[in-house]
Design a protein around this ligand. Structure first.
Ligand SMILES: *Cc1c(COP(=O)(O)O)cnc(C)c1O
Length: 459
């Protein structure tokens, strides 16, 4: 008999989680003003809010923390991290930051000015926030197919090269500080970008004299998909693939809380010394001296180990198979989600599930609240709340897709938890016809409103 798939690690430490009653959850949700970010984590049984910073570190990472060098300047931990980044990405220069958005803040402070345009494939919310905060514009050039959740494409996160070239033709190079290529494409469903597409984007960048930034939070998962789906990469190692990916870029911004499996951390990788030097001042102002910028020595040590563990094939196979396992369960129950299942999450297609809730009443958020009330599972809305208002008109932007993202933390839950999640989604799906009313906004911030927004049920 062929041996079944099994995880490439075993469990050494556990943390208790507690189930609650529906009555408790109704009260907690109302107290939280129907914003899942406002819930205490103790009120959540399975937390799929994000895969960011929520992974389980390994024994080797914890051991590395004990050896952290906390020197202010020139710490051993910095050099250890520098070597790991060079080995995994090929970038010779880097600046540490406390997380991914801090990397964006430092890099964009040096690159982006008012009225600039930054084309990309579904810019991540903090990336867009940092662009729009500087009165510049994020132009989405994702392939159209990404918006059709039923299509099974191997690389549904790709940039549409025609759309990109139109933007590059339309604006002078001085107004385009860089192209932002996000791997995997989080907003479009954790969908990967092919090496062919990366090369295509890079060729256009060179043709128009524009730099290429890779927003790299899930670069290792993207490399796994290239290895398993793209011709010619079957026999390459994950690290050979990641180095090839980054060989096409001028910069990378990294949220280490994702594929590097640490709870906090980030960095910017640079191809050339001048770009690195230009950013140093901002790093010192916003993050800390250039050899620790926002990270302690022990955290840089854990990150250095995490970069290697996160780019091991067996680990990636375990991780991505678990997400696929949840996808298969949902298939059994006929539940619509962004197909195929992504690297880090399942994105439920809320518009196809809650067909009776009008878009003005926040379809994906309504589904998120229902799933929490059903089973104490916390997902996150990728829909109208996240899309925010148009920066000029201040009107709501209703995105084509209303998704509820169920992000799977790394090395944290078992497949029994996946079964529980699938059953809870099925229960909500079976009573979907009865869910006809959504929520209205009562309070919101001017930018990145979804984190702190307050809502009330529509009567
Ligand atoms: C998480 C993320 C960021 C921001 O990183 P933080 O560590 O959360 O600040 C940027 N881009 C992408 C694609 C991400 O997933």
């Amino acid at each position: 008999m062929e041996l079944p798939f099994a995880e490439s690690y075993k469990i050494k430490m556990v943390e208790s989680i507690r189930k609650s009653t529906r009555e408790e959850r109704l009260k907690w949700m109302s107290d939280a003003k129907y914003n899942l970010f406002n819930l205490k984590s103790d009120f959540v049984f399975i937390d799929l809010l994000t895969d960011s910073g929520t992974g389980a570190m390994s024994d080797k990472q914890w051991a590395a923390m004990m050896e952290g060098d906390e020197s202010y300047a020139g710490a051993r931990s910095y050099y250890k991290l520098k070597e790991a980044i060079f080995d995994v990405t090929g970038f010779p220069y880097f600046l540490p930051t406390h997380q991914g958005r801090a990397a964006e803040n430092v890099l964009f402070s040096s690159l982006v000015k008012a009225d600039d345009v930054l084309p990309g494939n579904s810019h991540f919310d903090t990336t867009k926030g940092h662009i729009e905060f500087r009165k510049a514009h994020a132009i989405d050039c994702t392939i159209e197919a990404a918006a059709d959740t039923t299509l099974e494409l191997p690389f549904k996160g790709n940039m549409d090269l025609n759309k990109l070239e139109n933007v590059l033709k339309k604006y002078p190079a001085e107004r385009i500080p860089c192209i932002v290529l996000t791997i995997t494409n989080n907003t479009a469903g954790g969908q990967p970008v092919s090496m062919e597409n990366i090369k295509g984007v890079s060729a256009l960048a060179k043709k128009y004299g524009v730099k290429l930034l890779i927003d790299s939070a899930r670069f290792a998962e993207n490399a796994y998909f290239i290895k398993t789906r793209e011709k010619g990469y079957e026999n390459k190692s994950i690290r050979e693939i990641t180095r090839e990916i980054f060989s096409h870029a001028d910069f990378m911004t990294m949220s280490s809380k994702k594929d590097a499996i640490v709870n906090m951390g980030g960095f910017i990788g640079f191809r050339n010394e001048q770009d690195w030097q230009k950013c140093q001042m901002y790093n010192i102002m916003f993050e800390g001296f250039i050899t620790y910028g926002g990270m302690s020595g022990r955290d840089m040590n854990a990150l250095a180990v995490g970069l290697f563990e996160g780019t091991e094939f067996d680990y990636l196979e375990t991780r991505i198979s678990q997400v696929a396992y949840l996808g298969k369960k949902l298939d059994e129950y006929g539940i619509p989600y962004q197909r195929p299942s992504g690297g880090h999450a399942i994105f439920l297609d809320a518009k196809k599930i809650l067909t009776h809730v009008p878009k003005e009443q926040l379809i994906a958020q309504t589904l998120g609240i229902e799933l929490y009330l059903e089973a104490g599972i916390r997902g996150v809305e990728i829909g109208t709340l996240l899309a925010d208002r148009d920066p000029e008109t201040r009107e709501n932007r209703y995105p084509e897709l209303e998704l509820l993202r169920l992000a799977i933390p790394r090395r944290v839950y078992t497949n029994n938890h996946m079964d529980y999640i699938a059953a809870a989604v099925r229960n909500v799906y079976e009573r979907r016809e009865k869910i006809t009313k959504g929520y209205a906004i009562t309070k919101e911030l001017p930018i990145m409103r979804h984190f702190t927004i307050e809502l009330e049920p529509v009567k």
